[in-house]
Structure formats: C-alpha cells, structure tokens
Design a protein around this ligand. Sequence first.
Ligand SMILES: NC(=O)c1ccc[n+]([C@@H]2O[C@H](COP(=O)([O-])OP(=O)(O)OC[C@H]3O[C@@H](n4cnc5c(N)ncnc54)[C@H](OP(=O)(O)O)[C@@H]3O)[C@@H](O)[C@H]2O)c1
Length: 455
Amino acid sequence: MPAGHLTTKHRTEPAVTAHTDARLVRVALLGCGTVGEGVVRLLRRNAEMFERKLGAAFDLAGVADRSLRPNPALGLESRLITRDPASLVIRPDIDIVVELFGGQEPARSLMLKALEAGKDVVTANKALLAENGDEIFRTAAKCGRAVGFEASVGGGVPIIRTLREALAGDRQLAVYGIVNGTCNSILSVMTEAGTEFEDALRQAQESGLAEADPTLDIEGHDAAHKLCLLVTLAFGVLLKPARVFTEGISRITRADINYARQLGYTIKLLAIAKDDNGAIEARVHPTMIPRRHLLADVAGAFNAIYVHSEALGPTMYYGQGAGQLPTATAVMADILEIARHRRAGSRGGAHALGYPAGAVRPGSIKRMDDVVCEYYLRFMARDQPGVLGAIASVLGRNRISIASVIQQERGVGSTVPVIMRTHEAPERNLKRALMAIAKLKMVESSAFIRIEERL
Ligand SMILES: NC(=O)c1ccc[n+]([C@@H]2O[C@H](COP(=O)([O-])OP(=O)(O)OC[C@H]3O[C@@H](n4cnc5c(N)ncnc54)[C@H](OP(=O)(O)O)[C@@H]3O)[C@@H](O)[C@H]2O)c1
C-alpha cells in the first residue's frame, strides 16, 4: 500500500512505485498552491467517501511544485514532493495528472506529455484551454484519454458538465455569465457603497480578491477565456480569446452606476454568447441589466451563468466562482468521474466538449458592428440651450431613437451631464453617431454602456 494512500488507516505505510493494486487510483498533482492544496484537503478529508463512491481508493502519488515544503498535517511528506514535473507525469504508476500550475507553459507541454503517456488529465486552467484547447483535446482524443476541466469556468459552479450533459437534449440560444468574481465584487462595492472604481479596486486588492496586477481580471480577459469554453460547449464552435470582443470595467464611474439605478438597471461585467442563426455573438463588457433580473442580485465574488435553452427556457447556475475549496470540489468531481471510467474500462473523455473530436470547428463570429443592443449614453455638454436637440438630431440621422433622457444636476463649471437611454440599434450606427457628436463644440465627452434588456 503506498504512502499517499488516502484511507486514513493506511496513510503511514511505505511507498511503492509499481502499479500493482487495481483498487487504487493514483493521482499526481502539478501545483500545490491555492487550488492544489484544496484538492489535497478534500482527498484527505473525504477519503472514505470517495472510496465508497468509487469502489477504490485514491492515492496521492506525487506532487510537483517548485516552492512546496513538506506539510505533515496535510499528509504531504517530503517523499511525495518533487521539483521534476516532467518525470512525474510519465511515471508508470500514475493514472490521473491534475494540472494546477496555471499559465501556458510548462502546463501545456506537461499535459500533452501526460496524455501521450496514457494518463487522464484534470485542469482548472481556462487561459490554457482557451488558447490551446484544440491541441489538448485533439491529443486526448488521439490518445484515448480524458480531459476534465469543470473548475475552469465558474470555480465550484458545475456549468461545464451542465452544458455538456444536463442540457445536451436541448438547443442553447444564449449564455450570460458573471464569471469573474473580482469584477463582480468591485462593481458590487461601487453599487452598494457609492465608491469610485479605483477605491473599490484597492479594497479588493487589500482583501485578496484582486491580484497585485489586476489587468487580466478587470480588463475582461479572464472572462473572455471562460467565454471561449462556454461558446464551445453551448454551440460546438471553437473560439479563441482574440476573437472575443473584450472590454473591462475600469472606465465605469460611480455616476454611471447611479444613472443606471435611476433608469432601473444594474451594471455587471457579463460574458455574453448568443447563437443568431449560426452567427455567434461572443462579447465581454460592462452591461446594464434590469434590476429585477436574477443576475442583478448576484453580488460580491459570486458567479452565475444564465442559460437560455430553446425548449427548456432559462436556467441559472449560481455559486462560489473561486476560492480554495469551492474550486477544488470541481477538480475532485472530474477526478472521480475519470476514475470511474478508468475502473469501468471505458473512455470518459471521448466527448469532453460535448461533441466528437474533430466536430468542433471555428465558426462564424458576428462582428461587433452588427451586434444590436440598447444603449446608455452619457455626454458632458455645455450648459446651453439646444444641446439636447443637437445630440438627438445626430442620433436620429443614424437611426437611433431615444427611449428616455435624464438631465438634472449641474456639472462641473459650465458643463452638465446629459444621460440617454436608446432603443435597439446596431453598434455600427452608434459608433457613427458618437463620432459625429464628438465634433459638436457643445459636447465635451461621451461614454456608452450596452444594455441587455431582454436577457
Ligand atoms: N484560485 C482560484 O480560486 C481558482 C479558481 C478557478 C480556477 N483556478 C485556476 O487554477 C489554477 C491554479 O490556480 P491557483 O490559484 O491554485 O494558483 P497558485 O496559488 O499560484 O498555485 C500554483 C502553484 O503551482 C506552482 N507552480 C506554478 N508553476 C510552476 C512550475 N512551472 N513549476 C513548479 N511549480 C509551479 C506555484 O509555485 P509558486 O508559488 O512558486 O509560483 C504554486 O505553488 C490556475 O489555472 C487558475 O486559473 C483558480
């Protein structure tokens, strides 16, 4: 019985390297940081439950991490720890490699190497899968191995399996995700406490919710990575992050949030995917949504994915989108599922993306110019007669009709804010109108936020 064997009564027995016991499933961990440590905790804490569910025990056979020190309380003895991940992923006794390094390299090469060596792989690495998922899933199919990636979108929220399996009997029409807890926390603080963006970001950094360099989160790139995976699962279309229109939350002001409230909206960073008769919309941007909508109540670091299916209608999946144990539960669910397939002698990964290997192809992605939305517009204009009329006339020439206007408080010096909500128009028309309005001497600046009224 090996040293890492996770049934409590066997934990201290000596290690063996040969794969001799069919009642063991041997797991190697790449990375024992936040999520990796959570996986070790769950393996230890729930060892007996997993053994009952699987009919075999998990054996944590090795952990590759450049900075990990032995931690006897966690059962991480020095003989389990290695600085040589390349050797670990091809060790003959390993069944499942769990990649929790993050980033592109060496995670990509190690996953490919593990698959080619006959291991199944579990990962939480959305950045890697969004950029290189096609190569990884093709290699898995070629090698007859599985790739589990439940933790890569929504942390502990089981959205990957839901789209691939539970909703597989229906056609998906649209997916709206609050999939970045950092942005959602910042926007929640701005909304609830009336804070400006920079202060809310600083608070998020101080509480550990935002990285020291928050760019990946606040500029929407992390959400775009997750959207690529959601698009593939929902529509069977391969999408790379470069093709996702991505705009972050750093230009949202406290004033925008207040005007949104007056107009009956809440601002959220949404990852939006729609299938418009084969043309896929894929965009990440701050979005005004009706305050009465379920997604408007998703506050703080929570995530939610709202799916519109043709026959079923809307469903929503909500929960902890990050954090050690929530994310580790999703990793463990993949490990367990793969282990079940291994023990049954079946291939669990043949349809990891919900389609046979090779059936997921690049699709037609709608240009932002063709996307139709309603818009919130904010102009800072000179406080003089005729301003409203001049702006409205440019909008009208570009076939944008105004649904409502707020013009109430005096601005700084001689400027006043002019706030408008429009009816639906293609983004091409809005951009043309804003370029023309920028030439009006009486308008000093403009900003807009897209509205999703009927999600
Ligand atoms: N944290 C979350 O809540 C969460 C949620 C969903 C998904 N994820 C995903 O889960 C993955 C892991 O995230 P995490 O938050 O656990 O990261 P983390 O805390 O930074 O842990 C990564 C661990 O791997 C080690 N490592 C990284 N590259 C290595 C290399 N080349 N060789 C040896 N060791 C290496 C790191 O060592 P150093 O500390 O020395 O760098 C660290 O101990 C990422 O793909 C992330 O996107 C995380």
